[in-house]
Structures are given as C-alpha cells and as structure tokens.
Ligand binder design. Structure first.
Ligand code: COA
Ligand code: AMP
Length: 625
C-alpha cells in the first residue's frame, strides 16, 4: 500500500484500518470494539480485547520459531561487556524476575519505579512488570534525587528496581545514595528496593528494605503472562511540561502494542528478524518504544547500548556497533550526530567500518537542522529520516514512512503525517492557517492507538494541558507550518519546554530552582539555540535589593543548584543580572520575546508591554553579536 492509500484508508475508515493492524498480533481475546470516544474524546482503543504485552513481545515469538534468534544485544563500551540474549533466554529471565517481583507483593495494577542505567536488567525489569500487568515507571538515570522523589510520590510504587551505579564515559555514578535521598525526601513509603550490584561499585544494602537482584532472582519461581485488558495501563512515564510538576504520561497495553507493531514496518521498514538500534536510553519514550517494546513485538533484534556517540572510545562508536551487529536501521538524536561531526567532520573513522547492512538513519528528539542533515547524508551515504514525535504520542506523528514509500525528502521537514494523524496548523484563535504560514500544530481528535490515556493520578490534566486550547484538537505544544506539498516543518516549542541534547526539560521548573537562590528576587529562564546541544537554558535575573554578585559568579552558583536539584543533564552556562524583566502591563514576563532576542530572530513588540526600554537592555546583553 502506498503512503497516500494508507493515509486515506486510515482517515476514511479508521476502525477497519486499525482492526487490520490489531489482527497482526496474538491476543488472548481479540477486540471487536475498535475505538470508543463516548467517554474520552482522544479515544479508547480495543476496550474489549485481552492480552499481555510481554507475551506478545516474548512468549509468542518463542513459540513461533524465534526462540534462538537474538532478542537483545547489550553492548557496553564503558564496562567492556557484551551480552546477547535470545528470545528464549530473555523470556526465561523475564519470567523469573516477574516471579521475584511477585514475591515482593507486586501484582496487576501495582506500580514499580525503575531507576537504572542502560543494562540488560533494565529491559528485563520493564518486561517483567508488563508480564504481571504491573505498571512500570522508568526514571532516567540523569535525574537528581529530588526529581526521583517527586516521581515516587506521584506513582506510589510498591517496589523500586535500581542498580548500584551507572557509568558515564569514565565516571562511575553511584545510584544508591541518590535513591536513598529520594526515598528520604518522598512521603510515600516503598515496600522494597531490588538492587542490581555492578562490579564497578558495590552498594551497601539496607536490611529489611533492600534486596539483592541476584538473590531474589535465584529464589524466584517463573510466572505466567497475566491477561490484562487492552485499556489497562502498561506504564507511566514522566515528562516535563510547562509547570514545575512533571506529567505522568500513562500508556495503555493494547493500543500501544498495535501502534508500535505497525510503525516498525510502516515507518522504519523493518521486518521480523531485522536488527534495529535505537541509540537512546530506556528512561525516555524512545527507549520504551524502540529499544524494548517495538522491536520485540515485531520479532526484530534490538540493541541496548551503554555508551555515547563519542568518547566511548571515539566518534566511530556508532559505526562500530552498526558493523558488529549488522544494524539495518539506526535511530538517534541530531545532537548525537552533531557530536560525531564535531569530532570527526570528514567521517574518517567511518571508513574503518563496513556499514553495508545499514539501510536508513532515523533522527528525532529535537529539530534536525539542515546542516546536520546534509552532513549525515553526505557522510553516511544513506537516507536520513527526520521524524517528529512526543512522549505523549508514543510514536511518530510525522515521518517519511520507509515501509510505505520513500517520499522525496526536504531538509528541515519531518515530511508527512503518518496514517492515523489528522494534522492542522492553527492560529492562536483556533482558525486554520494556510500553507507556508507558521502556527500551532494541532491534531484532530480522536488520536490513534498508542496515544497517552491520561495523566497519572490527575484525570483532568489531559484535558487542561492538551485539549482545552483548541476544542476538538490535541495541542502538541510545537509550532510549525506545512508547505505547498503538505510537508510539515516543526520549528520548536510554543511553550516553556526546552530540549537540551535531546533531553526534554521545563524552563518553568528551572525558574523554580533559580528563584530559590538567596540573592534572586525574580527570574526568567528561556531556551536559546546551541550549536551542539540544540538548546541551552539562559537565565535573566533580577537581584534582591542590596545583593552584590556578578554574572559569572551567579551563573556558576545557579548551574550547581540546577545540577543538584534537577540533575546533571540540566546544563546551564549563561546567567545575566538585569535591572528589569520585560513584562506586559498585567505582569506577564515576555519569555517568547526574550527567546527571539537571544536567537537573533525577528519579533513584534506587543502593545501591552509595560516598559519597552527593558528590551534594549536585554538585547545588549544576549543578542547574538
Ligand atoms: N546518568 C547520569 N548522568 C548523566 C546521564 C545518566 N543517564 N546522562 C547524562 N548524564 C550527565 C553527563 O555525564 C554530563 O555530566 P557532566 O556535566 O558531569 O559531564 C551531563 O549529564 C550532561 O550530559 P549530556 O547532556 O548528555 O552531555 P554530554 O556532553 O555528556 O554528551 C552528547 C553530549 C550529545 C554526546 C549526549 O548528550 C548524547 O548522546 N545525546 C543523545 C541523547 C539522546 O539520545 N536522547 C534521546 C532522544 S532520541
Ligand atoms: P519528548 O517528549 O521527550 O520525546 O520530546 C518531544 C519534543 O521534542 C517535541 O514536542 C518537540 O518539541 C521535540 N521534537 C521531537 N522530535 C522532533 C523533530 N523531529 N523535530 C523537531 N522537534 C522534535
């Protein structure tokens, strides 16, 4: 089926289209009720279907000829370790670890927080939760204790699964003290902590609460895959919104499995048996969808890589992995390729490797800027596909769908909406906008399978955060336009979400931290363009009366506060003391204009501005020279 045929089919007859996709999977009870919008405008998919995601990802393949195929290759240049588990071996480990969780009282519907580095056991723990019908909530290892505590309080887990340490290039990051601090900070009391000891750093266990992974694993009885309803939650993944409180994006089992299985072929062009590598982290949605669930449900071989694109040991790391495991498609963030380009601009290291298995390079997580796109095409010599998606959708909204058609690419565009998404560009008043004009990117309801079911613990927040701005539409929070051919260009967030090196963070949350500095009276944090990391935060600060400090001292102090509170990924280098912040007469800080000034972009001074001269002061400090 061509892209256009598939798109028209999914638009004109969504029930039939998504029923056919559901029929590809091994359900315990096949769904008849394909989509229901009576209670939820975004749609509830397959509500009378019964299944188990882990069963679809593992048991089904073991029973159908894939027992000896490698399910996951773990490759860790930072520990010099490699391990390949076949589908049968992975199933054995997952069934046993599910038994270990069950022995701790974890059952269907219970939450388990997973705070782990990129080790095979992270995937085992996720799949074990799904086997039990328990709900996992993976927290990215680069978050500090306070962030972990917020998530623990919100998810209220029965157990936490962790490791003694992570390894960042050559640095050993002790996880246990971070977890101990988080458990101390959290109100919620966790029943048990299961900790994987790594030889790089052995953690001390707290008797009565902490359990050794190996010990509980050995004592465990393997468990069956527990049937769940398609609409039961599989996981909660916290993501940054515009406020300080992260949103627990809650995803179902059935729609998620169907959508991922569809995308593995339609978008990524993968067939069962192919090797797919998402060079991301299990702490992000990309890792959930395309390191763990998508490739396994589709019967592919996945790679779990504990390393960086550079420094582990060099900028040839990606090419080494592609050659070694015969990777057919790689998926990573533009920032990773910019890091490689910086180290090895002429792609000299690439010449040492055989990349003949590689068909396509996929990028997402932030805007793929045309220079990086051109460099990647020229250097790697393969189609480079920019595709746009969000934690909320769980899979890409726009892409050049390699399994349907390889459409002519346009630099700067993430090509076209995928079947299932009805994309519109709307003005701030909700009116549709014509071709080539920038506006808010919105998706007409209902949403396709795999879209978030809601915000964990806060049923109203899905509506308030995403559906209230434009009735009948999901507001993506991204701005952009479509050209005359219908190609979509994503130009960046219209809200206070920032993307640093592919890591989604909230400037609102950063403002809370900056505002906590003893000398700061008021502040604004905005995301500005950065050549390597895509975006970086910049703080404008109004000092308390009588406070005496300098930009440089303040920047250093704020950077360490952000690191301690949010985590090392919240990198900030620039802070400026100002006499006033640009505001409207009603007192709203004009953050968008600050962003425009810092990025050297045009802007219109609103008539509601209180003090136009404040813009001159700021421009002198932050406008590109
Ligand atoms: N656990 C603990 N610390 C972490 C961490 C983790 N999981 N991930 C990052 N950090 C730390 C880093 O060690 C670094 O600490 P430092 O300041 O002490 O050196 C800090 O957080 C900033 O890390 P990062 O933003 O990753 O910058 P970097 O300079 O170390 O690396 C890149 C730059 C481009 C190589 C790296 O950001 C990268 O590979 N990005 C791709 C991200 C990605 O795949 N995103 C998923 C979307 S598809
Ligand atoms: P996350 O939820 O962490 O995946 O981050 C989602 C956000 O990252 C989106 O809302 C976009 O702002 C940005 N993003 C992801 N993919 C792309 C892309 N291909 N082009 C532009 N921005 C992107």
């Amino acid at each position: 089926m061509s892209y256009q045929e598939a798109y028209n089919y999914a638009t004109s007859n969504p029930k039939e289209f998504w029923k056919e996709q559901a029929d590809q999977l091994p359900w315990f009870t096949k769904p008849n009720d394909i989509v229901d919008t009576s209670e939820h405008a975004t749609g509830r998919w397959y509500s009378d279907g019964e299944m188990n995601t882990c069963y679809m990802a593992l048991d089904h393949h073991v029973a159908n000829g894939r027992a000896d195929q490698v399910a996951i290759h773990y490759d860790s240049p930072v520990t010099n370790t490699k391990q390949s588990l076949t589908y049968a071996q992975l199933l054995e480990q997952v069934a046993k670890f599910a038994g270990a969780l069950r022995a701790q009282g974890v059952e269907k519907g219970d939450r388990v927080v997973i705070y782990m580095p990129m080790v095979m056991e992270a995937a085992v723990a996720m799949l074990a939760c799904s086997r039990l019908g328990a709900i996992h909530s993976v927290v990215f290892g680069g978050f500090a204790a306070a962030e972990l505590a917020v998530r623990i309080d919100d998810a209220q887990p029965k157990a936490v699964v962790t490791a003694s340490c992570g390894i960042e290039v050559a640095k050993v990051i002790a996880y246990k003290p971070l977890l101990d601090e988080a458990l101390e900070l959290a109100q919620h009391k966790v029943g048990s902590v299961i900790l994987l000891q790594r030889e790089q750093l052995v953690a001390e266990l707290q008797p009565g609460r902490d359990l050794d992974w190996q010990a509980v694993y050995e004592a465990a009885v393997p468990t069956e895959a527990v049937p769940v309803k398609a609409t039961d939650p599989l996981y909660v993944l916290y993501t940054s919104g515009t406020t300080g409180k992260p949103k627990g994006v809650m995803r179902d089992n059935g729609g998620h499995a169907v959508a991922l299985n569809y995308t593995m072929n339609a978008i990524y062009g993968m067939d069962a048996g192919d090797v797919f590598w998402a060079a991301s982290d299990v702490g992000w949605v990309v890792g959930h969808s395309y390191i763990v669930y998508g490739p396994l449900i589709a019967g592919c071989t996945s790679i779990l890589y504990e390393g960086k694109p550079v420094m582990t040991p060099d900028a040839g790391a990606f090419w080494r992995v592609i050659e070694e495991y015969k990777v057919k498609a790689i998926f990573s963030a533009p920032t990773a390729f910019r890091a490689i380009k910086k180290e090895d601009p002429n792609g000299e290291l690439l010449k040492n490797y055989d990349l003949s298995s590689l068909v396509t390079v996929f990028m997402a997580g932030e805007r793929l800027d045309p220079p990086t796109y051109e460099w990647a095409i020229d250097t790697i010599g393969r189609p480079v596909v920019d595709h746009w998606w969000q934690t909320e959708t769980g899979w890409s909204i726009c892409a050049n769908p390699q399994g349907l058609d390889n459409l002519p690419a346009k630099p700067g565009s993430s090509t076209v909406p995928i079947p299932g998404y009805d994309l519109h560009i709307l003005a701030d008043d909700g009116q549709p906008i014509g071709a080539n004009e920038k506006g808010n990117i919105a998706l007409k309801l209902p949403m396709p399978p795999g879209f978030m079911m809601g915000v964990w613990g806060d049923p109203q927040r899905l509506h308030d955060s995403y559906l209230a701005d434009f009735p009948g539409y999901y507001t993506s929070g991204d701005g952009g336009y479509r050209d005359d051919d219908g190609y979509v260009y994503i130009m960046g967030r219209t809200d206070d979400v920032i993307n640093i090196a592919g890591h989604r963070l909230s400037t609102g949350e950063m403002e809370e931290v900056v505002g906590g500095h003893p000398l700061v009276a008021e502040c604004a944090v905005v995301g500005i363009q950065d050549e390597l990391k895509g975006q970086m935060p910049l703080a404008l600060v109004l000092l308390k009366a009588g406070a005496d400090t300098t930009d440089a001292v303040l920047a250093k102090e704020l950077a360490s506060m952000l690191r301690a509170t949010i985590g090392p990924i919240a990198v900030m280098k620039q802070a400026h003391i100002v006499q006033r912040l640009p505001k409207t007469r009603s007192g709203k800080i004009l953050r968008k204009i600050i962003r425009n000034i810092a990025n050297g972009e045009d802007y219109i001074v609103p008539s509601t501005i209180d003090d136009p001269a404040s813009l001159d002061e700021i421009a002198a400090l932050i406008a590109p020279k």
